[in-house]
Design a protein around this ligand. Sequence first.
Ligand code: SAM
Length: 294
Amino acid sequence: MTSATFRTAWYDALYGPEGFYRRERPAAHFRTSVHASPLFGQALARLAHRLDLHEVVDLGAGSGELGEVLRAEGLSVLDIELGDELPDALAGLVVANELLDNVPCEVVEWDDDGAPRQLLSDLSPGPVVEGNDREWLERWWPGEAGDRAEVGITRDEFWASVVSRLTPGSLAVAIDYGHLKSDRPGYGTVTGFRNGRECDPVPDGSCDITAHVALDSLGGSIVRQRDALRSLGVSATRPSLDLAQTEPLRYLSELSSAGEAAELLAPSGLGAFGWVWTATDADTVRRASRALSA
Ligand SMILES: C[S@@+](CC[C@H](N)C(=O)[O-])C[C@H]1O[C@@H](n2cnc3c(N)ncnc32)[C@H](O)[C@@H]1O
């Protein structure tokens, strides 16, 4: 079936009746910051507390591991998954960790004449891109013959619908790996993951399919995860060796935390993720900006 565009095939492969996310447990196939360490959720809890927010909405909650950490920090948590309707109003700290990279989007390739063409389910070239997708490409991801790109409009629309529901005093944060207009990858990023390994993004339900997010087109302030987490108190500093003598158990626990923090902060790994945040009122913008700047 080569007439479906790659986006349609991608959607069916992940979320259709036999789709990957209907059958598989995400943590068995990839590792997010949530799986890397509870320090991640604890830092988000500190962000909520600094903004006097008591509720968290975990969008794209997966198996709900983040919610467990947040509840242990005294927050009330609403897990939302695909198929749940978004409430009309979203209140509190609204987090979407590695959700947007799983929102299927059109993949395009510029032909020899410099026209962007939609790729079909087998990644062969289809019709020339027109309309909103074309405008999005011209504004956010211009290319030339031989380049490939992912049209981020489906991610932008999803995020805009989240942000439009925010109540005053609330904060929405999308956390994902991505790129900015100044550093778009020339050949796109769509890829597959199976059993923790990268694989070809074949849209047959056998693997997760993901593409990095055009963070700047979402609209919002952007801070690197490394900087956000550091400003929320995550540190990879190892405990002093003296502690090993006086309090060996505490030393081991702090050493293990430092290792987990290093993974969350790694400049070429999870630390390079972007946190794109939006609040709808000036006071929350000011407080969030203080809480999240390194
Ligand atoms: C990569 S997993 C991340 C899970 C979890 N947030 C974590 O960090 O471990 C992406 C999750 O987003 C969910 N998802 C994708 N599109 C969604 C949508 N439109 N609404 C709600 N959840 C969605 C998927 O079902 C999947 O559970």
